[in-house]
Design a protein around this ligand. Sequence first.
Ligand code: 5GP
Ligand code: ZN
Length: 113
Amino acid sequence: MDCIFCKIANGEVPGEFLYRDAKVFAVKDINPQAPIHYLVMPIEHIPSVADLAPERLPIVAELMRVANHLAEKEGISKRGYRLVINCRREGGQAVPHLHMHLLGGRALLGKLG
Ligand code: 5GP
Ligand code: ZN
């Protein structure tokens, strides 16, 4: 499948894994919007949160668990951070493989949207 995040997940495209387990992995965003800008996503190709069947919703909790873990590890947990999931075109999703952005290391005071 021609999906850049699947290619990173399966090693077709080289990438440094900040975290990896049987279901979830995390990489640095290629175009960071903050000092910490990581992408946390399922290994499985799920296009967006809108494509999640109810029984697959626990994967979102896994993404949040890993994002929280990485925020703690990077020392931004107490200061705070932002978790974002864009969904489909009008939600600003550019890569159709479900992912959660972890943003931090500076004050993110902008309004959403
Ligand atoms: P979206 O707009 O879909 O929520 O976010 C996609 C994110 O993926 C963007 O922040 C973009 O910079 C990042 N991105 C796009 N292509 C690549 C890539 O090949 N590698 C990495 N690490 N990030 C990417
Ligand atoms: Zn994919």
